[in-house]
Design a protein around this ligand. Structure first.
Ligand SMILES: [Zn+2]
Length: 149
């Protein structure tokens, strides 16, 4: 509401002259561009935050800034960096996007540690911390646990 009110100018100081105007209020205009399914025809999917998505090339996986989420810039990326794929149809880009997603899911499955293994690791670390302090004794308890079961 305050920004609609007209205010009188504050009194200027002697340092503020025509050569040194007072600093203006800096307002950053942030516009979050949203992804549209038609951008896939330019070879782009999206990644990141839902409210501030980043366009991601399905061919080279390059992530662009949100400001580039416009057809002209996406098309320019495709034409300049992947001229061979300009004539590709939508099915090609869908397959590429799905392949990238499957690879990402597979990678997450490979690096995920089961909860039981994680719990056992914590229990062992706690046991070591409580009972032993030197590295020589750590090795002894590890050897003991390994052979006992
Ligand atoms: Zn690319």
């Amino acid at each position: 509401m305050e920004r609609f009110l007209v205010r009188s100018k504050p009194p200027t100081t002697s340092a503020e002259t025509a050569e040194n105007p007072p600093p203006k209020e800096k307002r950053k205009k942030t516009v979050s561009r949203q992804y549209h399914e038609s951008y896939l025809s330019y070879g782009f999917s999206w990644t990141g935050d839902v409210n501030n998505p980043q366009p991601e090339c399905v061919v080279c996986r390059e992530k662009l800034a949100n400001a580039n989420m416009v057809p002209s810039k996406l098309k320019r990326h495709l034409e300049t960096k992947h001229p061979f794929h300009v004539q590709r149809n939508l099915a090609f880009f869908k397959r590429a996007r799905d392949l990238n997603q499957r690879q990402q899911d597979h990678l997450l499955d490979c690096v995920k540690v089961s909860e039981k293994a994680m719990e056992a690791s914590y229990m062992l670390a706690e046991l070591i911390a409580k009972r032993f302090s030197s590295a020589k004794k750590w090795k002894a308890i590890l050897r003991e646990k390994k052979y006992s079961g």
